[in-house]
Write a protein that binds this ligand. Sequence first.
Ligand SMILES: [Zn+2]
Length: 248
Amino acid sequence: MVVVFQSLFVLAGLVILILLAFRMKGDKAIVRMPENYKELLEDYVQFYRELDEADKRLFEKRIEKFLIDVKVTGVNAEVEDIDRLLIAAGATIPVFSFSDWQYINLQEVLLYPGSFNEDFDQGGFDRYIAGMVGTGAMQHKMILTKWQLRQDFINNNNAHNTAIHEFVHLVDKMDGTMDGVPEIILERKYVQQWKNIMDSTIWQMKTYGSDINMYGATSHIEFFAVISEYFFVKGESPGGAYNVATNL
Ligand SMILES: [Zn+2]
């Protein structure tokens, strides 16, 4: 009989623990959106500005959901409301047309103050990295820099946006390989066609030059990220390449 009571106590304890765990999970889900977040989006995010009212509401919900799912942590940098919003905007813009999108391969975005080097040093003269998708020990993390994040959204005229670029790498990576072929959004039968388009566009860029950032001609991986930046920042698709990837 004593054993039965002990078992019941243990069981009750477990139930309470499980309930607490759910409760804690519930608490974590409360994200305080800044009071003026709609104004901030209107002021800094052109993509949002150009949406109709219904889509603006959807965009806001997606931003809120992203910030519930993904932690933003400053590393020697203070994370301000505007930074959180711009990161969430950079995450949402490339996948806005996929209504049930979730970055299952991302848990945390680390925000550095400025550029860093391959050893993640934030000082010195060899710092040329403004954003990266983590691998190895940094798996499920992304690094962005506060200075570049803000600059890109403020100067929305050079087809360059590091946050969008890094989130497109994550989209690419979701099928298990980062190779410029986003099989999660591209039907299998179009994979070869997309590879051909990447090769021919890269050849054209190298041969004739282009207003697409030449960094995109260095690999399929960078091509997909750079062409996506171009598409989402300028609102047009060079040679229809991005449309071919996502809308076929
Ligand atoms: Zn890249």
